[in-house]
Design a protein around this ligand. Sequence first.
Ligand SMILES: *[C@@H]1O[C@H](CO)[C@@H](O)[C@H](O)[C@H]1NC(C)=O
Ligand SMILES: *[C@@H]1O[C@H](CO)[C@@H](O)[C@H](O)[C@H]1NC(C)=O
Ligand SMILES: *[C@@H]1O[C@H](CO)[C@@H](O)[C@H](O)[C@H]1NC(C)=O
Ligand SMILES: *[C@@H]1O[C@H](CO)[C@@H](O)[C@H](O)[C@H]1NC(C)=O
Ligand SMILES: *[C@@H]1O[C@H](CO)[C@@H](O)[C@H](O)[C@H]1NC(C)=O
Length: 404
Amino acid sequence: MARAITLVCLWLSLMPHHVKSQCKDEGNSRNCSFLELRAIPDFTDLTVSVLDMSYNKISTVSLLNVSDDATLTFLNLSHNLISAIYNSSFQKLRHLEVLDLSNNVLKGEDLYTKVFDELENLKVLILERNPLKMVRRGTFDFFNLLAMENLDLSHCDIHNLEERAIDLPRLIHLDLSWNRLQSLNPDALKMMTRLETLDLSHNDLSEISVLPFLPVLKTLILDNNVLINVDIREAVFKSADDVRVISLRNNKIRTLEQDKLPWDLEVISQIDLTNNPIECDCKLKWIINDENIAKKNVTILCMYPDNLRGINLMKLSENELVCRPPILEILLATGASVVAVATMIGIVFCILALRRKRIRTKTCKDGGGNYTAIYSRGDGEETHMVNISDEKILLRDRGKEFDV
Ligand SMILES: *[C@@H]1O[C@H](CO)[C@@H](O)[C@H](O)[C@H]1NC(C)=O
Ligand SMILES: *[C@@H]1O[C@H](CO)[C@@H](O)[C@H](O)[C@H]1NC(C)=O
Ligand SMILES: *[C@@H]1O[C@H](CO)[C@@H](O)[C@H](O)[C@H]1NC(C)=O
Ligand SMILES: *[C@@H]1O[C@H](CO)[C@@H](O)[C@H](O)[C@H]1NC(C)=O
Ligand SMILES: *[C@@H]1O[C@H](CO)[C@@H](O)[C@H](O)[C@H]1NC(C)=O
């Protein structure tokens, strides 16, 4: 029995050398998915252009030793347990155009530019759902990744992009959505002279200070962040003046100031502000009165006041955009101070009342009961003695008839 188990174990440990027969060759592709592979098999005979190794248990990627005349263009290593890729592992894949490394356990600190060494024809790199957390300086560098057009870094828990983390002059689409970026370091993205789409949705951005230089950026997606104020004119259009579509759904924007939105620019065609706490009041009249804006596809759904909730501002008329009457405004504005003053008065009153009570108590104690006043008329004829139980009377009349 033990011997049989040992044999099975031995056989299992030798599995990678036998899997070749288990991979399925179909036309131009070899499919090695769902084979429980723990290491990358020998591919020296590989002639196909598509290789699928998804859904295995590979944890380390070392040299993919394909023959020198292999023309692999598509490699799928997604859904494995990859935590390490040795430098230059892909150096023989000169024709590779698509590399899918999504759903693995790669960390950014272990990714060096050398990992992607000589992938000079790679156009698409997918790293979605790896716990990268950070991206090192120079990880995605044009020296190695000269042809890169599409980089997917979504769902990677990234909170830090080091300076020059991404330096790819041919990149067209960059997906940084579903990460934990609180700000965008403009020095992290370099030489993005061809970038057309930048997806920064589902991050923790509270402000966009200045975008990197993105001269042909067309679509900027900033949905599901915590932006309060977006100075689009200053932050976006200074460095990316060809943006046509800006999506700002699900943020914290309350109002829009006239000089911060570059509506006058011809290029901009669509702005989406759905699901923001937009206050549709008189301060936004300028938007519906602007001819330039009317021509564009603008979605600004009101959140406040209640009766306008869910309605697109662009469909409202000027007289529906009311601000609260000034007197009410002042009252509301001064409401807090009124409460404060009232509280102060209350406190002073209480203190006085307490002090008074203490004085009275003291007097009572000193008095210890009834007073006895003895007085004479001055002519010495009669001496009167009066019992007084109420001290107040004594005090009130003091200096008048009585001489205590
Ligand atoms: C490989 O096979 C799996 C199922 O066995 C299939 O889902 C997958 O699409 C195939 N891959 C390719 C590249 O055809
Ligand atoms: C790659 O394969 C070639 C041909 O089979 C072989 O000579 C060479 O030693 C292999 N290199 C590595 C690093 O395994
Ligand atoms: C890689 O394989 C997975 C699993 O089959 C699939 O979902 C994914 O779309 C493939 N990647 C590419 C780039 O086709
Ligand atoms: C990979 O290359 C980097 C330099 O780019 C080096 O710092 C690192 O030590 C190398 N890793 C290995 C395992 O050789
Ligand atoms: C207008 O913008 C919305 C998103 O805000 C989009 O769904 C819709 O397709 C756009 N319409 C046109 C005509 O471009």
